[in-house]
Ligand binder design. Structure first.
Ligand SMILES: Cc1cc2nc3c(=O)[nH]c(=O)nc-3n(C[C@H](O)[C@H](O)[C@H](O)COP(=O)(O)OP(=O)(O)OC[C@H]3O[C@@H](n4cnc5c(N)ncnc54)[C@H](O)[C@@H]3O)c2cc1C
Length: 456
């Protein structure tokens, strides 16, 4: 078994991990990143599928209201692409098909959103300090996000559409989701429904998320060990030992753990993690849905969106690109990855036909993040009771081990922006820790020299 010595080990090469590694390297520290996959990027992954199309299998959408991500995009001069506004919208409520012009469905949902999170800025007056108004947050956090759909005066169709929309936002059964978590998004969007839509779906990177994370990795110049699955993290006062599958050990003064919360239970921590962290790990988070790409033939290649209400397996679909000759690229989401066989053309055809009558699905591409051993979730969303209690516990450093990841963000939790925010914070925290170590050892050395002089 080999033992490798470095200042800091970062576990996970997603956005939070690679940003943390860069910050530490730029501070002159040696860093080894241990990544279980054979690639960097984590839950962002720009892959070539459907005959060579560059597709984002994971996180893709960016927005200028996301300060940490926006700074990275400009730092590395990445081009930005704005999606075309939809010219048509289709929606399916309990099996009934409706069609409207471009902005109709979006405007209707946006107005409903604003009623849903009307109190957002009272509860989260400074959206990047989520626990400032702790009692109010705790009150919302005790309620399920679904509970608010009743009592806002929605008619049955509006209720069904908002149910679908929040199922999409939570990427799972949002009955389990915290109302505080939902309302946080409203505060970040300044209680503006159309703004929230724009933040969720309007912009992406011209060269893909892969180009941005590659730029960060190049700048970091850290050693990245791919296919390095971490099994255990052991620490004492002197340092941290990160044990890899196969037995190799990475020894360091500190570590930063960035793995998704749904996979953290697979790592043995010694001493054990705090009770607060263990509680969230045991409860899990909400997301268990899917993102699906399709090449399709349609009668009109112009931009459209479509929505289906739960239990329809596809809650949202958008024509992404006109591929020419009557073919289009379509991106879709659903809140239950088990509700549809994501590898079956005929199942996907059956799910899409009611949303776009006459559509012909030619090919499909999907990565099931829910069965992916190193993710087990899509974008992580807090359950009832986890915002007020869990967030601080998850963020807290434990001895020489710090934590980062998009769920832990103070701001855009569950987004790439949140991953970057927490990577920066964890790197800063670890730099302070190692600085304090150095100051202590300088004092120790001085005292030693002093003692030996007096003995002489
Ligand atoms: C389908 C989908 C769509 C999304 N859409 C958007 C979007 O449009 N916009 C947006 O902002 N966000 C979106 N997100 C969310 C966003 O992609 C994530 O929140 C973000 O990328 C998470 O970054 P992270 O660094 O916290 O975690 P990750 O990217 O998951 O990085 C953690 C890393 O740890 C590694 N790891 C896990 N276990 C171990 C182990 N035992 N040993 C070593 N390494 C390990 C993993 O392989 C991974 O590389 C989406 C996510 C998905 C899945």
């Amino acid at each position: 078994m080999a033992e490798h010595r470095t200042d800091v080990v970062v576990i996970g090469a997603g956005f939070s991990g690679m940003v943390a590694a860069r910050e530490l390297r730029h501070a002159g520290l040696s860093v080894t990143v241990a990544e279980a996959r054979d690639r960097i990027g984590g839950r962002t992954w720009t892959d070539e599928r459907l005959g060579g199309l560059k597709l984002e299998m994971g996180g893709a959408h960016i927005h200028w209201s996301q300060p940490f991500l926006w700074a990275e995009i400009h730092r590395y001069a990445q081009p930005i692409h704005r999606n075309e506004d939809p010219e048509r919208t289709n929606w399916l409520i309990d099996g009934r098909f409706h069609a409207g012009d471009g902005g109709e469905l979006v405007a209707r949902l946006a107005r409903g959103f604003e009623r849903y999170f009307a109190d957002a800025l009272d509860v989260f007056p400074q959206p990047f300090e989520p626990l400032l108004n702790r009692d109010a947050v705790a009150r919302l956090d005790r309620q399920s996000a679904v509970s608010r759909l009743d009592g806002l005066g929605y008619d049955a169709d509006e209720r069904a559409l908002h149910h679908a929309m929040w199922s999409l936002n939570f990427c799972g059964p949002f009955e389990e989701g915290s109302l505080a978590q939902a309302v946080r998004w409203g505060a970040l969007a300044h209680v503006d429904g159309e703004f929230l839509f724009s933040a969720l779906d309007d912009y992406k990177l011209g060269n893909g998320m892969g180009a941005l994370i590659d730029a960060i990795a190049d700048d970091a110049g850290a050693e990245v060990r791919l296919s390095a699955v971490v099994n255990a993290v052991e620490q004492d006062d002197a340092g941290v030992r990160v044990v890899l599958d196969g037995g190799d050990v990475l020894a360091a003064s500190a570590a930063i753990v960035t793995v998704p919360i749904s996979t953290m239970g697979a790592i043995a921590f010694s001493p054990s993690l705090s009770a607060g962290k263990q509680a969230v790990i045991a409860q899990g988070q909400v997301s268990r849905g899917f993102k699906l790409w399709m090449r399709a033939r349609v009668d009109d290649p112009g931009p459209w969106i479509a929505m289906g209400t739960v239990p329809h397996p596809v809650t949202f679909a958008r024509r992404e690109t006109d591929l020419g000759e009557g073919e289009v690229l379509v991106r879709a989401f659903g809140s239950n990855a088990r509700a549809l066989d994501l590898t079956s053309l005929s199942d996907v055809q059956a799910a899409m036909e009611p949303l776009y009558p006459g559509i012909e699905i030619l090919d499909i591409a999907c990565h099931d993040w829910t069965t992916d051993r190193f993710a087990r979730e899509t974008w992580p969303m807090f359950k009832v009771g986890q915002v007020a209690e869990g967030l601080e516990a998850l963020r807290a450093r434990e001895g020489r081990v710090a934590f980062a990841g998009s769920l832990l963000a103070n701001g855009w939790t569950s987004f790439v922006d949140g991953a970057i925010e927490t990577g920066l914070a964890a790197a800063h925290d670890v730099k302070q820790l190692l600085r304090a170590d150095r100051a202590r050892s300088r004092v120790g050395a001085r005292n030693c020299a002093h003692r030996s002089l007096s003995v002489r």
